[in-house]
Design a protein around this ligand. Structure first.
Ligand code: GLC
Length: 568
């Protein structure tokens, strides 16, 4: 790790050229369809993002991560890509993209694009060709086709379930109209898995990486990075054999799972790294890899993607001991591998943390695999929800996170303290996880409802028309214009925290301070910056020093329960 670069604080001027800009960056995830709608069609778009660049600049983030914006039928919110090298016409054009990228860079903000290599959509040219071509053809070799079992191939090649529920194989109709082969889809049936053993697929993705890197993309978030390579040598293991050791998407600890986290996947990322290094500064990447903690480092290696998400805090309770263990372990791991740590509480796949923390601890998040349904998190049962407590804890947790070394990944709306939307009528839900699980799994729409920008008016200022997912009345309270300039609002808390973080953030070093109270976590950073969090309910004495910021009002000079303060 280069100490000179990482010890430098991240001011606008050195951010652009610094090859290490990502190490301590705060990255804001935009889910484009739900961020800002410039043309009133109910879907957020690229021009909408460009219009909000001043907002993003004022927020004080270092980078934007854009969830998929590619042409898509939205069978899985855009993670079903029709064409990897274009912009969805519903969202804009390549010119709009160039304008957005220029506006972000002008504001000193880097741009990270989501890339979805495990599967294309079933509308991709490749898949159409595969359906039109005969069995055994080169076109079929781009995907994973198999003959079915049973007398007439009427049974799927294995009994595997897809991550979204239902079978992981879909039967096609051959060009001559007869029932035919089956293709593998680990996710929805509109997301056929690509065959990464095929050199053509590998080369085409290298082309895609260059395509976006040439258009101002500074880094990539790699969707299900641990799924690409597969060993489907027959006989295929049964579902029971696969799930015995693992009910989620972690794979097997020795890398022998047929599709999750196989060692060969790193050969792909070594090639990607060569492409990233063609650029100056090199393009960065972060892996979405829900793998065993012991195997995460390989995705984050400098010869590979460079960084990998750690979802440990996201899956933890609001609990001092758990937080401390996770932070200590992840910092040690980052130090050992030369990557930087990543922290995240919310994203487009999970219940927002302001809501999770308002649910009974241990029950709010259904732990990965607990019910055999994989990594999706359950919806919030309204009766048990204390939104005020949830928000209080979320603010405390976020302030703690922003004092940690490493990259902090924020999800649009968390800076408003936004809650998960539970009250979406079944008929308006969009998530395939909801439909494929026949409503047992509530799905992820509740964290994807378009943002409220204004307390009043059409779609709370999201756009001129109705939003594509219904926004509840209570969204008004969380609107940007209700919080802008309001002392103590969540938005102002994030703005102040992000600004201070930019001034104070340094390399991967943290020292725990013994507090003598198991409910209170305190650590110090370079330059005397201290963060202290009271996970308990009773107020506690504050350590000595100047209070720079606190996640909630202090109580007669004390730090109240569920609150974080920064001091120096
Ligand atoms: C990732 C995405 C999720 C998507 C899935 C399939 O986990 O974060 O939203 O549904 O991959 O692409």
């Amino acid at each position: 790790m280069s100490t000179t670069a990482t010890l430098a604080t991240l001011s606008d001027s050195n951010l652009a050229a610094d090859p290490n800009w990502w190490r301590q960056a705060s990255v804001y995830q935009i889910y484009p369809r739900s961020f800002s709608d410039s043309n009133g069609d109910g879907l957020g778009d690229i021009k909408g993002i460009t219009a909000k660049v001043p907002y993003l600049k004022e927020l004080g983030i270092d980078a934007v991560w854009l969830s998929p914006f590619y042409p898509s039928a939205l069978a899985d919110g855009g993670y079903d890509v029709d064409d990897y090298r274009d912009v969805d016409p519903k969202l804009g054009t390549l010119e709009d993209f160039a304008e957005m990228s220029a506006a972000l860079h002008q504001a000193g903000i880097k741009l990270i694009a989501d890339i979805v290599p495990n599967h294309s959509s079933d509308r991709h040219e490749w898949f159409k060709e595969a359906l039109a071509a005969p069995k055994g053809s080169a076109a079929r070799e781009r995907y994973i086709f198999r003959d079915g079992l049973g007398k007439n191939g009427e049974l799927p090649p294995s009994d595997w379930d897809s991550v979204f529920g239902g079978p992981a194989w879909e039967r096609i109709t051959e060009p001559d109209g007869t029932p035919g082969q089956w293709y593998l889809h680990i996710f929805a049936k509109e997301q056929p898995d690509l065959n990464w053993a095929n050199r053509e697929i590998r080369d085409d993705f290298l082309k895609t990486l260059r395509f976006w890197s040439d258009r101002g993309v500074d880094g990539f978030r790699v969707d299900v990075a641990h799924a690409l390579t597969k060993d489907l040598t027959e006989p295929l293991l049964s579902k029971a054999e696969l799930t015995e050791a693992n009910t989620g998407t972690d794979g097997f600890p020795d890398g022998s799972h047929p599709f999750w986290d196989r060692d060969e996947v790193h050969e792909i990322y070594a090639e990607w790294r060569e492409v990233f290094n063609e650029y100056n500064p090199p393009r960065t990447a972060v892996a979405e890899a829900w793998v065993h903690a012991t195997r995460r480092a390989r995705y984050a290696s400098p010869q590979g993607l460079g960084q990998a998400f750690n979802f440990d805090l996201l899956q933890a309770d609001f609990d001092a001991e758990e937080f401390q263990e996770i932070i200590t372990r992840n910092l040690a791991e980052a130090k050992a591998t030369g990557a930087s740590s990543t922290w995240v509480f919310s994203n487009h796949d999970v219940v927002r943390h302001a809501t999770r923390y308002g649910l009974p601890m241990g029950g709010g998040v259904h732990a990965k695999g607990q019910d055999g349904k994989g990594w999706l998190l359950a919806g919030a049962p309204a009766e048990e929800l204390d939104t005020e407590l949830g928000l209080r804890r979320a603010r405390a947790a976020s302030l703690l996170m922003l004092a940690l070394p490493g990259s902090a990944y924020l999800y649009q709306g968390e800076e408003l303290g936004l809650q998960e939307v539970g009250e979406i009528p079944d008929a308006e839900r969009q998530d395939p996880a909801f439909f494929r699980n026949k409503g047992v799994e509530i799905g992820r729409d509740g964290c994807r409802v378009p943002l409220p920008w204004a307390t009043e008016g059409a779609s709370f200022g999201f756009g001129a028309g109705d939003a594509h997912l219904p926004q509840p009345e209570w969204f008004s309270r969380y609107a940007v214009d209700a919080q802008d300039g309001v002392e103590g609002s969540t938005l102002e808390l994030y703005r102040k925290a992000l600004k201070l973080r930019r001034e104070l953030q340094t390399a991967e070093e943290l020292e725990w301070v013994e507090t003598g109270n198991s409910q209170v976590l305190q650590f110090s950073r370079h330059g005397g910056w201290q963060s202290v969090t009271n996970f308990g309910a009773e107020p506690v004495e504050l350590p000595a020093g100047e209070v720079l910021l606190s996640s909630g009002p202090l109580a007669a000079g004390k730090l109240p329960g569920n609150t974080t303060a920064w001091l120096r």
